[in-house]
Ligand binder design. Structure first.
Ligand code: FNR
Length: 353
């Protein structure tokens, strides 16, 4: 195949380079993968209403998130097990994010320790938290704060691990597992699901909204709540102390049948009404997807699988190149839409179905 010129090319090359078991783990969603597919197809139903004869000779796509400057409104979502995509694992990812001058969110299920990753960072970092026990969470939050992470991203859509039927069929249980130095004392049980609801959960399925004030009490870092899909939960997140919200359905990997994130975004943005920053992830593969998300009120987007495709194809360079492709698509599409900066993106730029 010719060198990749867009994220879909990376996807094809990544699949060819991976063992099918690993591909299924990275690519797949839960149950019937309805939400996984909907995250993409929903973008295609939203149309753009461009303006013409605007001066778009220069086009500035830099912005900030929680006061941190980034070169573009594209952040790296937390995803598990980068070491299964490339031997350099999260080391390659953090270097690529730094080179692209954007922000990386490190997953609790990183295959490198949070301190090792921070030591290589040239750009801003957030730390994504799963809570096993309060004691363990407190330790991880304190370590992240000490290592220089500037926010804690609390993932709230995983009270239990969903059924990922590809993984069940592939018997991911007995397949090679990644080592997660910061999670489960290094022994991740999460790939060893049996698909029943009786498994001994590793994420506190007893955790409620009170976890937010507790987190705020143990750290001075802002808390970003990831996995909000409704106005009701957006309101609660703000009331309980969230500094920002990520509209996310975990890339179609948790409750199947929920709305695609680009369709959930307007409801959350309306409920938040400017009280905190709102970001979104799920299905972002093109520059125009980013424009649509920003027009509907997101301050920035996060990308999950594309990072893994870049990693699998060419390590750090692959992730960097994938990010540059997205950057140039975004800049060109903005110009074609008549926008000379992100500030020119108005709600009227999109037409909902
Ligand atoms: C994820 N995601 C995720 N989210 C999280 O909060 N903690 C995690 O450890 C992981 N792990 C993870 C692994 C893999 C293989 C994938 C694909 C995703 C979800 C991720 O942060 C994000 O919400 C979605 O990936 C966004 O959708 P796209 O960009 O993959 O379509």
């Amino acid at each position: 195949m010719n060198p990749p010129i867009n994220i879909f090319d990376y996807e094809v090359l990544a699949q060819a380079s991976m063992q099918p078991v690993i591909w299924d783990f990275f690519y797949g969603g839960s149950d019937d993968e309805v939400t996984l597919r909907a995250n993409r197809s929903a973008f295609e139903r939203i149309l753009l209403r461009p303006r013409v004869l605007m001066d778009v000779n220069t086009c500035d796509i830099s912005t900030s998130v929680l006061g941190i400057p980034v070169s573009m409104p594209v952040l790296l979502a937390p995803s598990a097990a980068h070491g299964l995509a490339h031997p350099d694992g999260e080391f390659a990812t953090v270097r690529a994010a730094g080179a692209a001058n954007t922000l990386m969110t490190l997953s609790t299920e990183s295959t490198r320790s949070l301190e090792e990753v921070a030591a290589l960072a040239q750009g801003p970092l957030w730390y994504q938290l799963y809570i096993y026990t309060l004691e363990e969470a407190q330790g991880m939050v304190q370590r992240a704060e000490q290592a220089g992470y500037t926010a804690i991203v609390l993932t709230v859509d995983l009270p239990r691990y969903s059924r990922r039927e590809r993984d069940l069929r592939n018997d991911m249980n007995s397949y090679q597992q990644a080592h997660y130095p910061d999670a489960f004392s290094g022994n991740a049980p999460h790939l060893s699901v049996d698909g029943s609801d009786n498994q001994n959960t590793y994420i506190g399925d007893t955790i409620t909204w009170d976890i937010l004030p507790w987190l705020c009490s143990i750290t001075s870092l802002p808390i970003v709540v990831k996995g909000i899909l409704t106005a009701e939960d957006a309101e609660l997140a703000i009331n309980y102390g969230a500094s920002a919200i990520i509209v996310s359905n975990h890339g179609g990997r948790q409750l199947d049948g929920v709305m695609p994130t680009i369709e959930a975004l307007p409801e959350v943005v309306a409920s938040v009404d400017g009280r905190c920053e709102v970001y979104m992830d799920g299905g972002i593969r093109r520059g125009i997807d980013i424009i649509k998300a920003l027009a509907l009120g997101a301050r920035a987007v996060l990308i999950g699988r594309p990072v893994l495709w870049g990693l699998a194809v060419n390590g750090q360079e692959g992730v960097q190149h994938m990010l540059e492709l997205l950057r140039s698509e975004l800049t060109l599409s903005l110009r074609l839409a008549g926008c000379a900066s992100l500030a020119d993106i108005q709600r009227s730029l999109v037409q909902l179905p």
